[in-house]
Every structure is written in structure tokens, then in C-alpha cells.
Design a protein around this ligand. Structure first.
Ligand code: PLP
Length: 400
């Protein structure tokens, strides 16, 4: 008898991030004062001028109809202009595909590039969606594991050690979710040149491009390494930069053949992205970056507070991230210690104990391919942040 669920779909794992989130939400619903560091979204509302553009669009009958699957022409042009403004990367609007969030861009990029058995180099810790998108496309993920000693940055030597004759794609993410690591320009160039030399494709996720702190600078590998030529696919979106996670607008930029093929796929899967959301995204990418700058300043303040407070906890080692809105401390030194009558052996067990005992939700490193760590988002209000980390300090200092 054939199985009810296809092998392809049953191979998709439940998201560990969602499991923590579901438990935290259930506790909150039961009236417990849970503080959540799990969410990957800004706590700010979408700026008013973007919302207003969407309200007007909803009233315009033109937007009540199907529009081209690849995106509204004016949005594709604005994304091309924005890419030149922010990354110095010159691209024709015909090479932009508007997607339902960066997530759909990730799925379509891998679906379009990978044949069964093609290998993709993925730097771990990695965002939870990549492995599923690669697997679903028949690709084989090859991990390149990094840790806090290099600030979670991969070197060319590490990448080269993982390369085989089946390697087709390097996935390059900077700033990174979950570590907040930002590659310095020289390292971006070195990695890009290495990829070009070996004829690899680079899929680069630039969704956190505007969230960098201190002296760190975002460098687009597409611009920094022109030798990559027509083997670069950029994934991006409005979610993180403009506090627009719920609007679901992202994009993919690539060579004409890839964009055409991915558009064909999207035309059958979802057709055009909601027109109202596309018009909101148009206002966002055409507009100034001042709202982003205000959010960035708040994130920067919270980042410093969180790193300082976490490093005060014996057994927690928290490198200072330079981008996105996550910290990724090692909690390895706490594993196996006694805490409230239990002895958690893994970061997943420790996260569960913390949720029960301190009513604080963190995502364990298991979700990102590297057990022994936690990911905490600092995209939440300053008071909650301090209260949540204080609870962690109190609980974890009891470990013996
Ligand atoms: C690294 C990274 N890429 C892409 C996305 C996708 O964002 P969205 O689909 O909301 O545009 C996320 C969201 O968490 C992310 O962290």
C-alpha cells in the first residue's frame, strides 16, 4: 500500500524554532509571564507611509486583478534601483522576480538550480529553512561548521575542504541568521573568487543588509566579485529592513535564464504576490532609509545590553554579533551541570528547563545545526529584554 504522505514531504522536519514558540505561546495563554527571545521579527510596526500606500492600493480596482506572475513592473524596477543604491549592483528589472517573502525566493532558487545529488555548501550554524529547501529540491547539503572562535565565519580553506566534484552551489549569508556574523570585505572577496575559480554558483541571502553595527559593513558578494558573472542569485526582501514580516514580499535576482525558469515555477505555484503588499513594498524600497536607521539604533543598544548581560553568566560565552538581530552564545560549559534537580545534557534540554523554570524562551542550537548554543533575538522591547536576561542570569548561576 502506498503511504499517505509522500516520502518527499514527510522528510521535512518540524521546525525546532516553532516547537519552542508553540510551547511558549501555550504557557502565555495559560497566564504565565513568558518572555520570548525566539521571534525572528522586529517588534516595531511597519512605518505609516508604507501602510498608507497599501490602503490606497486596496481602493484601486487595478490591484483587484491578477498581475504578472513575476511582479508589478514598477516594483521590479524599484528593486533594481534599490539594489544599485544599496549594493552597487547593476541589474535590469527583467532579472528581478518578486516572491512571497524571502522564503519563497530561497525555495525557488534551489528548486531552479539543483538536480538530485547536487551538493550545496552551507555554513553552519544556518537558518532552519535552508536545509528543507535544499532537500526538497533533491540537493545534498554539505555543512561547513564554524564556531565562536572565528566569530562563526568560514574560511576559504574550510570551504575548499568540503568541495567535491558534485558541489554546485555555495550558500553565502552575511549578516547571518542565527549568529549575526558579518563577513569583512576581504573575506567576501576571497570566498567569491574561490567560488568563481571553481565554477560554483553562489546563492546569497542579503535580507539583513541594513542591520549592521559598530564598524561592520555589509558587502554584497555579487558586487565585490564580478568574476562570478552570471552564476549569482541574490535573495532579499522587505521583512527585516522595514518591519514588514507579515506582508510577505521578497525577491530573487539572478541571470535571465534562472529568473525565467523560477518565474515559470512561481506562475504555477502562487502566481503574483498580493498586489496590495507589492505596493506597500514599492513604497518601502523607493523611500528613504530613515525608519530603518531608527530601528537599527534601537537594535544596536539592545545588542550591547544583551551581550554584556549574557557574558556575566558563568558558563555562557557570547561573542558580539555585528549584524541582524540575534546573539548566538555557547552554553557548552553549562551542559551536564545540575540545575534545579536536573542535569540537562544538551542545549535543547537546557532550553526546555529554562522555559519551565524561568519562563524564558530561547531557541537551542540544535535548530541551526550546532548543538551547544542558544539563539536569542534582541528584537524585543528594552524592558522585556533586561527582565528576560536577568531571569536567565538568576537561574543559570545556580548551576553546579
Ligand atoms: C536569513 C533569512 N533569510 C530569509 C528570511 C525570509 O524572510 P521572509 O520570508 O519573511 O521575507 C529570513 C526570515 O527569518 C531569514 O532569517
Amino acid at each position: 500500500m502506498s503511504s499517505r504522505i509522500s516520502a518527499r514531504i514527510s522528510a521535512i522536519s518540524e521546525s525546532a524554532t516553532l516547537a519552542v514558540d508553540a510551547k511558549a505561546k501555550a504557557m502565555k495563554a495559560a497566564g504565565r509571564p513568558v518572555i520570548g527571545f525566539g521571534a525572528g521579527e522586529p517588534d516595531f510596526p511597519t512605518p505609516g507611509y508604507i501602510v498608507e500606500a497599501a490602503v490606497e492600493a486596496a481602493r484601486d480596482p487595478r490591484f483587484h486583478k491578477y498581475t504578472p506572475a513575476g511582479g508589478l513592473p514598477e516594483l521590479r524596477q524599484a528593486i533594481a534601483d534599490k539594489t544599485l543604491r544599496d549594493s552597487g549592483y547593476q541589474v535590469d528589472a527583467s532579472r528581478v522576480l518578486v516572491t512571497n517573502g524571502g522564503k519563497q525566493a530561497v525555495y525557488q532558487a534551489f528548486a531552479t538550480l539543483l538536480d538530485p545529488g547536487d551538493e550545496v555548501l552551507v555554513v553552519a550554524p544556518y537558518w532552519t529553512t535552508y536545509p528543507e529547501a535544499i532537500k526538497l529540491a533533491g540537493g545534498v547539503q554539505v555543512d561547513v561548521v564554524t564556531d565562536e572562535t572565528t566569530g562563526y565565519l568560514a574560511s576559504v580553506e574550510q570551504l575548499e575542504a568540503a568541495r567535491t566534484e558534485r558541489t554546485k552551489v555555495l550558500l553565502f549569508v552575511s549578516p547571518s541568521n542565527p549568529t549575526g556574523a558579518v563577513y569583512p570585505r576581504e573575506q567576501v572577496e576571497a570566498i567569491g573568487r574561490w567560488a568563481a575559480e571553481h565554477g560554483l554558483w553562489v546563492v546569497t541571502d542579503e535580507i539583513y543588509e541594513h542591520l549592521v553595527y559598530g564598524g561592520a559593513e555589509f558587502t554584497s558578494i555579487a558586487t565585490a566579485v564580478p568574476e562570478l558573472g552570471d552564476r549569482v542569485v541574490i535573495v532579499n526582501g522587505v521583512a527585516k529592513t522595514y518591519a514588514m514580516t507579515g506582508w510577505r514580499v521578497g525577491w530573487l535576482i539572478g541571470p535571465s535564464d534562472v529568473v525565467k525558469a523560477a518565474t515559470n515555477l512561481q506562475s504555477h505555484a502562487t502566481s503574483n504576490v498580493s498586489n496590495v503588499a507589492q505596493v506597500a513594498a514599492l513604497a518601502a524600497v523607493k523611500g528613504a532609509l530613515s525608519a530603518v536607521e531608527r530601528m537599527r539604533e534601537a537594535f544596536d543598544r539592545r545588542r550591547k545590553t544583551m551581550v554584556r548581560m549574557l557574558n556575566e553568566i558563568p558558563g555562557v560565552l557570547c561573542p558580539e554579533p555585528q549584524g541582524a538581530f540575534y546573539v548566538y552564545p555557547s552554553v557548552k560549559a553549562l551542559l551536564g551541570k545540575e540545575l534545579r534537580g536536573r542535569r540537562p545534557q544538551t542545549s535543547a534540554e537546557l532550553a526546555e528547563l529554562i522555559l519551565e523554570e524561568a519562563e524564558v524562551a530561547v531557541v537551542p542550537g540544535e535548530a541551526f545545526g550546532t548543538p551547544g548554543y542558544f539563539r536569542l533575538s534582541y528584537a524585543l522591547g528594552d524592558d522585556d529584554l533586561v527582565e528576560g536576561v536577568s531571569r536567565l542570569q538568576k537561574l543559570l548561576s545556580e548551576a553546579v
